[in-house]
Design a protein around this ligand. Structure first.
Ligand code: LMR
Length: 330
């Protein structure tokens, strides 16, 4: 705590004295400041500035303000932005193996998920990113399990999705997932999802609760099915050029801040999921405009059966061994 105070004072003194920071670290993401990722980005900003006594000036740009999907990776490689945390699905073109995380019903629960992320499988996947030598893979962050939502027929069984259009992130696994249930998947940047749902460009989508609620998708969807059928997480990546510019002592401080931010982010994600569920139930009750659907064990089994057909299609891309390692992770 003492160190924290000294760091804060030093950063404030530098700012008052008009001393420019030695480094500027721009952080860009596409979600709201009030999501777990958004809050953790702000946490990281404060912590890096404290720990480096203002030598690194961190500037966070949420809500696709600086770069949207499809732009942020290129900007990072050019070192126009220094830190981003895209969803794992958005690494498809750099490391297609990362689509492992998109496989439906792969994770039994959060404990299993973290064992995969923080264990051998997660490290193998990070090394695929590092191998490209364009960015440094730091930590995995969490958004939570995804749920279906729609304006068309409420989704209870897989066949309910047939013939309808769904917004997806840029992942072939997600495309195959919606095709397996007879849906028409359409890749759209996150910043366009609200208007696409509102204007009927697509009928539905899939989101963790934090993204669904903070972007007010509940206002433009008539039903939400608590399917937990897939997962959305992030990989925090830093510009390789920026990392190499930092002296070793500042690299160590950034790593420390990152470690703390990861613990904070994951904790937030767990807490927010429960809070948002309550808010959505209250919204549904008060407005009568959103039907929240729970699936029975039998209905879930039917989903799992259909979704299992997606796996073999990606044995070559992701690696059958890697998928098995993830399933076997305790
Ligand atoms: C999405 O595009 O749905 C998500 O990747 C947005 C995010 O960053 O959580």
């Amino acid at each position: 705590m003492k160190k924290l105070v000294i760091g804060t004072i030093a950063a404030a003194m530098m700012a008052t004295a008009g001393l420019a920071a030695d480094y500027v670290m721009k952080v860009s993401h596409v979600v709201s400041d009030s999501t777990p990722k958004g809050k953790a980005a702000i946490f990281l900003e404060k912590r890096i500035e404290e720990l480096t006594a203002g030598k690194i000036d961190v500037q966070v740009f949420p809500n696709s303000q600086l770069y949207g999907d499809g732009e942020e990776m290129k900007a990072l490689v050019m070192d126009n932005v220094q830190l981003i945390m895209p969803s794992l699905s958005k690494f498809t073109s750099i490391a297609p193996e990362m689509q492992l995380f998109d496989l439906p019903f792969l994770f039994r629960d959060k404990a299993h998920l973290y064992n995969v992320m923080d264990g051998e499988v997660g490290n193998i996947l990070k090394s695929k990113i590092d191998a490209k030598k364009q960015m440094i893979a730091l930590d995995y962050w969490d958004a939570g399990f995804k749920h279906f939502s729609t304006n068309a027929k409420p989704i209870v069984l897989p066949e309910d999705a047939a013939g309808h259009k769904y917004r997806i992130q840029s992942s072939k696994v997600l495309e195959a997932q919606f095709k397996a249930i007879g849906g028409n998947p359409q890749v759209l940047p996150f910043s366009e999802v609200y208007s696409a749902l509102q204007q009927g460009v697509v009928d539905g989508t899939e989101n963790p609760l934090s993204n669904f609620y903070t972007k007010k998708f509940n206002e433009v969807q008539t039903s939400l099915t608590l399917s937990s059928h897939g997962y959305l997480g992030y990989l925090v990546v830093m510009s390789d050029r920026f990392w190499k510019k930092l002296p070793a002592d500042l690299q160590a401080k950034v790593s420390q801040a990152m470690k703390e931010a990861t613990a904070f982010e994951r904790e937030e994600s767990a807490v927010e999921d429960a809070k948002i569920m309550e808010s959505l139930r209250a919204y549904a009750k008060d407005t009568n405009k959103l039907e929240i659907i729970e699936l029975t064990a039998d209905q879930k089994a039917q989903w799992k059966k259909v979704m299992a057909t997606v796996y073999p299609k990606f044995y070559d891309v992701i690696g059958e061994d890697l998928i098995q390692k993830a399933i076997d992770a305790k």
